[in-house]
Structures are given as C-alpha cells and as structure tokens.
Design a protein around this ligand. Sequence first.
Ligand code: ADP
Length: 248
Amino acid sequence: DLAHGRILYLEDVSVSFDGFQAINGLSLDIAPGELRCIIGPNGAGKTTMMDIITGKTRPDAGTVFFGSTIDLLRHTEAQIAQLGIGRKFQKPTVFEQLTVFENLELALGTGKGVRASMFFRLDSVQADRVAEVLRTIHLAGSERRLAGTLSHGQKQWLEIGMLLMQEPRLLLLDEPVAGMTDEETARTAELFLSLKGRHSLVVVEHDMPFVRSICETVTVLCDGRVLAQGTLDQVQNDERVIEVYLGR
Ligand code: ADP
C-alpha cells in the first residue's frame, strides 16, 4: 500500500522532451486536506509536474497515485478530471457573457454540453451547493452579475467556484494571485484556508507573502526534482535554495 494516508503520491517520476530532462526523479507526497505550496525558478518543472498529475503529459518513468489505490498513469486526462482532480490555469476562463450563477450552473452540467446545461433545472441539493460555493468564493449577492463585469480577482474566484461545483478532492492551482490587488490576494488566502481540510490543494505561486500566509509546508522544485522542503523560513534559509534563486 504505497500511498497509505496520502491523497497524492509521486515517486521517482521522470520525463524528457527531445532529450531534455524536464522532470528528473521527482517524488512528492500530499496528505489529505493539506494545502501545499510549490515554488521554484522558471524552468524548474512546476508546470510539467501539474501536466503529469492531470494526465496531460505521460512520464517516461515513475509512479503517480491518487489516494492509495488509483494509479493515475492508467487513466486518461478526462478520466482524471472525473476522479476529482480539478486544475486551474493562471488565466481566468469564465464565460463573460453569462452571469456568475450561470457559470456555476454550467460547471455542474459539465459533460452535458453548454446548451443542455442551460435548460436543466437545479434540484435543491444543487441549489444549496451553488449558494454554498457563492459564499465560499466571496460572491454571494453577485450571482446575477455578468461574469465579464467582475474584477480580475473575482473572475479567478469564480473559476475556483466552478471547480468546486464538481466537489474535487484535489485542486491544482497555477499562480492564483498573479495580477490581484493586495486586498484580493488577502481574500484569496482566506478562501484557500477555508478550502483546506475538505479539499487538498497544490498551489504553484511566486508571491512569497501569499505563500507565507497560507502554507505550512513549501516544496522547492529545481531541475525537475525536489531541492528542499519545509516551512517557508526553512527553505528560504537553505543555501541550495538561495543559490538557485540568486544564481539564475
Ligand atoms: P516551470 O513551470 O517551473 O517554469 P516547466 O515545467 O514549464 O517549468 O518547464 C520545465 C522545463 O521543461 C523547461 O526548461 C521547459 O523549457 C521544458 N519543457 C516543458 N514542456 C516542454 C515541451 N513540451 N517540449 C520541450 N520542452 C519542454
């Protein structure tokens, strides 16, 4: 039972592109309900790691498990999304011409196609779910607004809300606070802390004050593997980490 007590487990994962080793013996453990931050210089392999977890990129070697029993390397990208792994890319991709409510409603109907979901009515459990997600993403009271009129930060929260409609066990987020105001960044920290426990989160982020406000454990990637791991203070004082950040 390799992955006992873990929601996500990578061991000795490697992948190369045209002979370039982008991921090189990467091992990583995420506990259920954990909020983990991943940092590292450009080219460290952070995006490629996310691509491997979501099935977008197949590693050449290694083990990738979701929970203790699900071998993600035996699943397609679409199946992995269905298993309860949600991914958010850096840019918000909400439906600007639809309301906040309709965006969340659509996220429930995933797989039915846009048109079908427009005509299906929410049952009371689904309606409660929408209301709960609206509160979580700080958009209660704004459900009738067109998504296109939201601020950048609010669009990011709405997209997180769309992922939450699927009740994912694991959320992967790429630079969620990039471009946000300080106020939005602080409210995003609140939001992530409220998700922790019910969901596991893996957050790639460059904003160190934000990382400090949300994460107990920070993993530093470099050259496709883990260079250091610990509290933000521990990794920021690690000689090897200082060297890769200053030396490049
Ligand atoms: P990060 O997200 O940490 O900046 P990436 O995962 O994007 O790093 O990239 C890691 C390395 O792998 C980089 O040197 C990048 O150029 C290379 N790489 C990533 N994807 C590909 C690809 N599809 N083809 C070739 N090289 C790639």
